[in-house]
Design a protein around this ligand. Structure first.
Ligand SMILES: [Zn+2]
Length: 161
């Protein structure tokens, strides 16, 4: 299960609606809580840097990803996955998504946007040695992102400022 605090879901939904009819994308940061939950602590909206049809394709900025990875180094959080939107299409991975899914550890969040309004968000992971997606449950929570952050992450931020 992936737990997504409501304000972070709103960030994703806002990005998806703002980008419509183009696809939005970004990174989802957080940490694993054994045995199998993932807790999202932060969402990083990325410019969609695809050089293909931006209404049907997405690519997270490699620069953003590098910056985020660097910022997370040594801390408890990591990049859990990414999100993108499907303008006027269901919140299910497309054949094209499967072709481009080569990182087995990443969660894919997909937002369906219909007529400019985000209507559904789902989460998926790669399964069967990367040959198919499997939907995992996505639960939104009322927790504030900072409330679920481990102390170490807060300490790191203070050092940086
Ligand atoms: Zn897609």
């Amino acid at each position: 299960m992936i737990l997504l605090p409501q304000p972070l879901l709103k960030q994703i939904v806002d990005a998806a609606e703002a980008a419509y009819p183009e696809e939005c994308c970004g990174l989802v940061v957080g940490y694993a809580q054994p045995p199998q939950d993932l807790i999202v602590t932060r969402v990083e909206v990325s410019p969609n840097v695809t050089e293909e049809n931006i209404g049907e394709r997405f690519e997270v900025s490699p620069r953003l990803r590098l910056d985020v990875m660097r910022a997370l180094e040594g801390g408890p959080e990591r990049i859990l996955g990414h999100f993108h939107s499907h303008p006027d299409h269901p919140a299910q991975p497309s054949p094209r998504d499967l072709e481009r899914a080569w990182e087995p550890d990443l969660v894919w969040l997909i937002v369906s946007v219909l007529d400019g309004q985000a209507i559904h968000t789902t989460a998926h992971v790669l399964d069967g040695e990367g040959r198919q997606f499997r939907e995992i449950s996505l639960r939104t929570t009322d927790w504030q992102p900072y409330g679920v952050r481990p102390a170490a992450a807060n300490g790191r931020e203070e050092e940086a400022s």
